[in-house]
Design a protein around this ligand. Structure first.
Ligand code: AHR
Length: 509
């Protein structure tokens, strides 16, 4: 039976928990917006067409941030198409997803939705088919109080107060040959620097994200970040990372170890950003915005390449609606662990995407909405990771997969919130078939009780492939009793392939 020993001490502080780590993403893609968050005529729709049932689930999951409107979509989007009277909004071809975009949902609709669910918008500007001027127009529209052309347009369209968006992505995946308006690093770096500079002249309080690589397997990875940051260092605050992982049927062990790749990706981008810092004699640090991450079964989707010329142009087609299972939920737990353990530098992150499109949630047109398995680890960490991230000193059994060596069977992170008298421990057992023994030395924490413990795993009559498609709450965290707190020591028997969360009580400061 594999075993792991962890040592937690409140003195091992990594950083305050960056609450923007628990972001998600709404793209005009497939059914994320249309029949996802927006469906006029649905029995649960409000007067603006926003689905109340979906909003209730979003509020439970509680993303602290939502990136919008893309994704690849943004690189051929005219933001002005989505404002003003709906009957005057143009219908356009969306080249990114070979879809028909009606523009019935746009900026004000998104803002109303974000306010209702209580999340911070993270905006992206189009640096594919458009550039500096249109990005400035959009920022003037959203953030300038009034008395100018674009701010007065916003007021005329019903929003007296500026939206005051703080976080802005300078384009999306501009390194990717699939991107409409794809650029070299030098072309993009100059455009991002000048666009960011002009945007800051409109609102100096904004935070800017430069596009990093679309994934760490891109041939330009590393060189791209280096060139882009050389050109933008004084202008931007973050560099982005995107990563998607999937199970290859012959190699489930590599899939459950994917967060090792995520750890390396993050550490390599930090090293690259800090090398540019050293070369440029800069004092500030560039932080990381991991603004797309998830499990995505890309082999089923058939890739991002050009669509056959005869392919039909459709409104809100079903695109990449992956059904997530027990294994995916545990892997998503390890991705959250990877982000949290790097929370001193990864201070923004967005799970992609929120609804239907590789979604935390699923919804059917005219029908129900429900949480996918992967929503639960996200919701738990968003709710319980408060205060400080503390380093987990771990030892124990490891395994090798085809892609990774020395992978810890047990993967854990912890947070410590003295002010609220709470600590939290997030633990994945990656073993596909063995229970793992967990032994935690809580020496510096003075834990007085386990307030709650849950585990998500394949329960009675289920296996690791079970999803929530048929029974919408089949896979979810359940109360977990197989643990003992004895003095400063917590021991537990973690079920095979499981995600467990311990909420611990601390003496109040
Ligand atoms: O999230 C789906 C797509 O994945 C996004 O549009 C794009 O940025 C990435 O390649």
């Amino acid at each position: 039976m594999p075993a792991a020993r962890l040592v937690l001490d409140s003195a091992f502080v990594v950083a305050p928990v960056p609450r923007r780590l628990f972001g998600s993403f709404v793209e005009h893609m497939g059914r994320c917006v249309y029949t996802g968050i927006y469906e006029p005529g649905h029995p649960q729709a409000d007067e603006q067409g926003l689905r109340r049932d979906v909003m209730e689930l979003v509020k439970e999951i509680g993303p602290t941030l939502v990136r919008y409107p893309g994704g690849n979509f943004v690189s051929n989007y005219r933001w002005e198409d989505g404002v003003g009277p709906k009957d005057q909004r143009p219908t356009r071809l969306d080249l990114a997803w070979h879809s028909v975009e009606t523009n019935q949902f746009g900026l004000h609709d998104f803002d109303a939705w974000a306010k209702q669910v209580g999340t911070e918008p993270m905006m992206a500007v189009n640096l594919g088919t458009r550039g500096l001027q249109e990005a400035c127009d959009l920022l003037e529209y959203t953030n300038h109080p009034g008395g100018t052309y674009w701010s007065d347009q916003r007021i005329a369209n019903g929003a007296k107060d500026p939206f005051n968006y703080k976080l802005w992505c300078l384009g999306n995946e501009m390194d990717g040959p699939w991107q409409v308006g794809h650029k070299t690093a030098a072309e993009y770096g100059r455009l991002a620097a000048e666009t960011g500079k002009a945007m800051r002249l409109i609102d100096s309080s904004i935070e800017l994200v430069a596009c990093g690589s679309s994934n760490s397997a891109m041939p330009t990875f590393g060189a791209w970040e280096s060139t882009v940051l050389e050109l933008t260092y004084n202008t931007v605050d973050y560099v982005s990372l995107h990563a998607y992982y999937e199970e290859n049927d012959e190699d489930p062990l590599s899939f459950v170890s994917s967060a090792v790749n995520m750890d390396h990706f993050i550490e390599n981008v930090i090293a690259t950003a800090d090398a540019v810092r050293a070369r440029g004699r800069h004092t500030k640090r560039i932080n990381l915005s991991f603004d797309e991450w998830n499990v995505w079964y890309q082999r089923r989707f058939g890739g991002d390449g050009p669509k056959p010329i005869s392919a039909e142009w459709r409104k809100n087609p079903r695109l990449i609606e992956d059904e997530y299972n027990v294994t995916d939920a545990v892997v998503v737990g390890t991705f959250l662990n990877s982000l949290l353990r790097h929370g001193d530098r990864v201070t923004v992150a967005c799970q992609a995407q929120l609804v239907n499109v590789i979604g935390l949630l699923r919804s059917e047109e005219g029908g129900e909405a429900w949480k996918q398995t992967i929503a639960y680890p996200f919701e738990q960490m968003r709710r319980l990771a408060t205060g400080q991230i503390i380093q987990v000193v771990a030892s124990g059994d490891v395994f090798d997969s085809n892609q990774f060596t020395d992978v810890p069977v047990v993967d854990a992170t912890a947070t410590y919130d003295q002010e609220n008298g709470r600590a939290a421990l997030f633990v994945a057992n990656r073993s596909l078939d063995e229970t793992a023994t967990l032994d935690v030395d809580l020496r510096g924490l003075a834990v007085t009780a386990v307030l709650a413990a849950t585990t998500l795993h394949a329960g009675e009559g289920q296996d690791r492939h079970t999803t929530n498609l048929e029974v919408h709450d089949a896979v979810r965290p359940r109360p977990f009793d197989d643990h003992v707190l004895d003095g400063g020591r917590l021991t537990a028997q973690l079920p095979p392939l499981s995600w467990s969360v311990f909420e611990l009580e601390l003496p109040r400061a």
